[in-house]
Design a binder for this molecule. Structure first.
Ligand code: SAM
Length: 221
């Protein structure tokens, strides 16, 4: 486990640092075709929901800050076998040391017939929560899914999202001063966000995998 006091402070500082009045719309839109309705059960697990409330789920994260029910490492889930009907693991696997070990734990705690929803970045800037180790393709995710069976897959956020988030991050690299970076984020975010709708035409392209931003995979036990 990491230094929990330092990690708590990092997440609290990040939450405090948002400049809401400058915050432009997100440079991406989610794929409307991504399924969201696989059944929930009496017990469901959300991995990595620090700082947010996730109704209907047990919220597990590394540190016990707002919204977290259980502080633990996803590679060693403190639950019995076959407890959960659904496990959500959204933008977490890039931050864990051993994603295959986390997948094995997800498989273990899922009830037979239960579903896991995995979302991971493919083309996305470096971001630490608290580390950032790697990126994933859909094929790579399936390789570590073990006996879990894929039932749906695709792109959560598409190639245009990739271009926009990289353009904004690139512009921020040019400024050594934090205030200028915030201004660049705001100005470019407002100028570029209308392009995000191009992804509606690209989500289903067989070539979206060349530049997609985040991919999703639904798995069944
Ligand atoms: C990018 S954030 C996920 C955001 C969240 N899914 C959401 O949509 O708001 C990654 C989260 O995974 C958590 N995390 C990283 N490594 C973890 C681990 N080994 N076990 C459990 N949670 C972990 C981080 O603390 C962080 O809260």
């Amino acid at each position: 486990m990491p230094d929990t006091a330092a990690l708590k402070q990092l997440y609290l500082d990040r939450a405090r640092r948002r400049w809401h009045w400058l915050e432009p719309p997100a440079p991406y839109i989610p794929n409307p075709a991504e399924p969201k309705d696989f059944p929930l059960g009496r017990w469901n697990l959300y991995i990595g929901g620090a700082g947010r409330s996730v109704d209907g789920y047990v919220n597990l994260d590394l540190v016990a800050i707002r919204g977290v029910d259980v502080a633990a490492d996803a590679a060693l889930l403190p639950f019995p076998d076959a407890l959960f009907q659904r496990v959500e693991c959204d933008a977490v696997l890039e931050h864990v040391r051993d994603p295959a070990a986390v997948m094995r734990e997800i498989h273990r705690v899922l009830a037979p017939g239960g579903y896991a929803h995995i979302v991971t970045p493919f083309c996305h800037p470096f971001h630490e929560y608290p580390k950032d180790y790697r990126r994933f393709t859909l094929e790579g995710l399936k390789e570590i899914a073990g006996p879990l069976q894929p039932v749906a897959e695709g792109w959560r956020t598409g190639p245009t999202a990739t271009l926009l988030v990289f353009a904004i991050e690139y512009a921020k690299l040019l400024f050594p001063w934090r205030a200028w970076r915030i201004a660049a984020h705001g100005v470019l975010g407002w100028l570029l966000f209308p392009f995000r709708y191009l992804d509606l035409a690209l989500f289903n392209s067989p070539r979206a995998c060349r530049l997609g931003n985040h991919c999703y995979l639904w798995l069944r036990k």
